[in-house]
Ligand binder design. Structure first.
Ligand SMILES: *Cc1c(COP(=O)(O)O)cnc(C)c1O
Length: 397
């Protein structure tokens, strides 16, 4: 076979939304109505979302990062407190701890699943630890029961960043009820979108109340909770310091309409991941994503690991070559503490060797439900051809 690269004609991004006419109608109906924000559609969406993920409550936020901020505040994280989290994530998971004056403590990942290794978490827990913040990287659920048991033993909550894992399941149940608070993102590359948006699912009424206060300035209107019990009907009071982190009604309408398609979206993502597994599983030059079997991934990302020992090119060259083929490979993630902002805070290289090792050898392939079979073929063909071009001369096949 020739090593001549096949080049698709148009750019294929690594992820993108899928909006249909029903979504558009749902949004325009709200735009013609009375409420743009804080109307009836946010609570409607929240109830539907809570049912979809098997939780008692869902609280919608203006974005996933705001939702994480709320969860960390509800966990009681404050100045000087710590939260143990993973470096293999989008910076927001750790930033939420910083917003509150807390300190993210990074535990290393399991080199097979790329998720937090519970045995690396345990020794980092101490009297200052206020939460464990785990991330379901790529959509594969974390080792939730081990982490939950550890958190419970210390009387602290497990916060699950499931921005990648809407529609995934853990031990036969949907992701959304195993942790104390589970965060989902409604960003356009995620499973369902509101443009921007986020949700916390919880079964705990106390967290639910803290979260709803937090996204609306800490304002309380519920008569039973007012300090002035005989206050007039218009009265409300601010009982804590919150933010304006509300989701608008037209965004809730979009997210609600998208949620109807979640099962279909996840099924398509799984089918594409299966095709990649089949196509690349037999290649010595790459390692396909390992699944630990505790959960079933909803496949936000397909992360291919390069077996650098079998290649004469590094990750960056493989990446460049894929881009030249119009295949929008991406990289998830630079370990959070290697960003300059974190290094200035005192975090240094060497902290989590598994995460740093992995970072050198991964790239993310395009994966989104609107991909056609031909798009998938193009990615497979491009990866094979680039890998062929990158094997040392002596082993060229
Ligand atoms: C997308 C994402 C977030 C943040 O969500 P936004 O809605 O973009 O604020 C947090 N954590 C992870 C792992 C994500 O992928």
């Amino acid at each position: 076979m020739s090593a001549r690269p096949y080049r698709r004609e148009t750019w294929l991004p690594y992820g993108r939304q899928w909006i249909d006419e029903r979504d558009i109608e749902a949004v325009t109906a709200v735009l013609r109505g009375d409420y743009l924000t804080t109307g009836p559609l946010v609570p409607e969406f929240e109830s539907k979302f809570a049912r979809a993920v098997g939780a008692a409550y869902a609280v919608a936020f203006s974005n996933g990062t705001a939702a994480l901020h709320g969860a960390c505040q509800a966990a009681g994280i404050g100045p000087g407190d710590e939260a143990v989290t993973t470096p293999m994530t989008f910076a927001a998971s750790a930033n939420a701890v910083l917003y509150l004056g807390g300190k993210p403590v990074f535990a290393d990942i399991d080199p097979r699943t790329y998720n937090l290794d519970p045995t690396a978490v345990e020794p980092l827990l101490n009297e200052r630890t206020k939460a464990i913040v785990t991330v379901d990287f790529t959509g594969q659920p974390s080792r939730l029961s081990a982490l939950k048991a550890m958190a419970e033993a210390r009387g602290i909550p497990l916060i699950e960043d499931a921005a990648h894992a809407l529609g995934a399941s853990y031990r036969g149940r949907p992701v959304g009820s195993a942790a104390d608070m589970t965060m989902f993102s409604l960003h356009p590359v995620k499973h369902v979108t509101a443009g921007e948006g986020g949700v916390i699912a919880t079964n705990d009424e106390r967290y639910y109340r803290k979260l709803t206060d937090f996204r609306n300035h800490g304002i309380v209107r519920d008569r039973a909770r007012l300090e002035a019990k005989d206050a007039p009907a218009w009265y409300y009071e601010m009982q804590s310091l919150g933010f304006n982190y509300r989701l608008t009604d037209f965004q809730a309408a979009l997210a609600d309409s998208q949620l109807d398609k979640l099962d279909r979206f996840v099924a398509r993502r799984r089918a594409i991941a299966r095709r990649y597994d089949e196509a690349f599983g037999g290649l010595d030059e790459v390692v396909t994503p390992y699944q630990d079997g505790e959960g079933e991934s909803s496949w936000h990302l397909y992360v291919l690991q390069l077996n650098l020992e079998q290649l004469r090119a590094g990750r960056d060259e493989v990446f460049e070559r894929l881009h030249r083929e119009n295949v929008g490979a991406n990289l998830h993630y630079i370990p959070v503490y290697l960003h300059p902002y974190y290094r200035d805070l005192g975090y240094a290289r060497g902290l989590c060797p598994n995460a740093e090792w992995l970072y050198e050898r991964i790239l993310t392939l395009p994966l989104f439900p609107a991909m056609t079979d031909e798009d998938v073929d193009d990615v497979i063909r491009a990866v094979r051809s680039v890998i062929r071009a990158c094997v040392p001369e002596t082993s060229a096949r």
